[in-house]
Design a protein around this ligand. Structure first.
Ligand SMILES: Cc1cc2nc3c(=O)[nH]c(=O)nc-3n(C[C@H](O)[C@H](O)[C@H](O)COP(=O)(O)O)c2cc1C
Ligand SMILES: [Fe+2]
Ligand SMILES: [Fe+2]
Length: 398
């Protein structure tokens, strides 16, 4: 059954989608599934760019055999050695022992770490500026170190204007029969997933993404062929603009998010009160999240989207309530920058989380912590109304 699709003249998508995977990298929930893209070039030379995850191996190998139509594979280009794209390398080589593997010095070093037999593979080592000519197409290699692994390469084809961009510009989300971003309502179907993917997987490497975006300015890019999610062939500026914002830690919207933790519901009620007062004092959109019930990867995605973040946290054994602590640790690990935080604490005998969260947030660059905080003693009371109003006022005016 035909499982491949034409991307553009001579270039075919031969990937597949996994809808069974619970967590990508065994961390990030993917209820929307994920696609693993691999690209085949049907030129004088037959070339595959990256393989796929082992979970889709049957479909993948079937696609590869179909597009090859009995011909032998000349090159397997490895732009990224992470196993979600590289786990089938040894399988492909077992099927096509004559194939030449193309990659950078680091690519082969990592390949030998994953596959001992890789030292015997026929290899062609390339670096930035080198090219691979396949007949009608010439692929120019571009280094993209730490987007998001050190060995990452991209390849630009000047015949089609396609940039094979490894994990960059990708997204969580299985493909629903479409291949191109313009076959979907991307903003509705993929944008939140793309942001969550970016923030959690690439977010730490904003500077390295900036370096790649600068290189991209020198290329006439007509298509973006990522390893995950749909292919871009129209309105590429839309996605480049998102990446420009995300990689410089500039918020996408002025929506306000409220993240609360609550053991027994009182901090939750206070969060609702803060949210409705925010609505009363501003026309901005407000979203409220329970940090216990929301996987932290979604919270991180929202941090990348929004400028102002309200944290409302119970004191727990003199410490920060653990799910909030885990969120803050992720913010530090991913190098969140350029945000405004407003802090509220709950405590029944010694509220301490404004101080403790402030200490954690001090690890972040270029963040503002509003001086006006809110303290709840077990529950909000009628005489706290003014304190809530003033807390919200300082958020709105920040
Ligand atoms: C196991 C546990 C430990 C707590 N530790 C503290 C604490 O160290 N200091 C404090 O002021 N309150 C402490 N509290 C009270 C909570 O911070 C909070 O005031 C209470 O859970 C009510 O808010 P909630 O309904 O949002 O959970 C603790 C509560 C629990 C259940
Ligand atoms: Fe990756
Ligand atoms: Fe990947």
């Amino acid at each position: 059954m035909k499982g491949f699709r034409e991307v553009t003249k001579d270039i075919y998508w031969i990937g597949g989608s996994d809808r069974r995977l619970e967590r990508f990298e065994n961390i990030f929930p993917v209820p929307e599934g994920v696609s693993y893209n691999s690209y085949f070039v049907d030129d004088d030379k037959k070339v595959v760019f990256d393989t796929a995850d082992i979970s889709i191996s049957d479909q993948y190998l079937e696609n590869l055999k179909e597009v090859l139509k009995g011909k032998k594979l000349d090159y397997l280009v490895v732009l990224h050695m992470e196993p979600d794209h590289a786990s089938l390398i040894s399988t492909v080589i077992a099927l096509f022992p004559e194939v030449t593997i193309v990659g950078g010095a680091k690519t082969f070093q990592i390949m030998e770490q994953f596959f001992e037999e890789a030292k015997d593979y026929k290899r062609l080592e390339v670096k930035e500026g080198d090219t691979l000519e396949t007949g009608h197409h010439t692929f120019h290699f571009v280094a993209a170190p730490m987007v998001h692994w050190p060995e990452v390469l991209m390849a630009y084809d000047d015949a089609s204007g396609a940039l094979l961009c490894a994990d960059a510009f990708g997204t969580f989300g299985a493909l629903d029969g479409g291949l191109f971003a313009d076959e979907y309502d991307y903003e509705k179907d993929f944008l939140d997933s793309a942001r969550r993917y970016y923030a959690n997987i690439v977010g730490k490497y904003g500077m390295q993404v900036q370096a790649v975006l600068k290189k991209a300015q020198g290329l006439d890019i007509k298509m973006l062929l990522s390893l995950h999610g749909p292919v871009w062939r129209k309105d590429i500026a839309y996605l480049l603009d998102k990446y420009q914002k995300w990689s410089t830690y500039e918020a996408e919207t002025d929506d306000i998010v409220v993240f609360y933790g609550s053991l027994y519901g009182h901090t939750a009620s206070a969060a609702e009160a803060v949210a409705s007062e925010l609505r009363a004092q501003t026309s901005k959109n407000v979203k409220v999240y329970d940090v216990s019930g929301t996987d932290v990867s979604y919270l991180i995605g929202e941090v990348w989207r929004c400028k102002k973040i309200v944290l409302m946290c119970p004191t727990y054994n003199n410490g920060i309530y653990p799910p909030m602590e885990s969120f803050l640790s992720d913010c530090i690990a991913l190098g969140v920058q350029n945000r405004i935080f407003a802090l509220a604490q709950n405590g029944t005998w010694a509220p301490a989380t404004v101080k403790l969260m402030t200490e954690k947030l001090a690890n972040l660059k270029n963040v503002t912590i509003l001086e006006d905080s809110l303290t709840i003693k077990s529950a909000l009371h009628a005489n706290d109304e003014e304190a809530v109003r003033s807390f919200v006022g300082s958020i709105v005016n920040s």
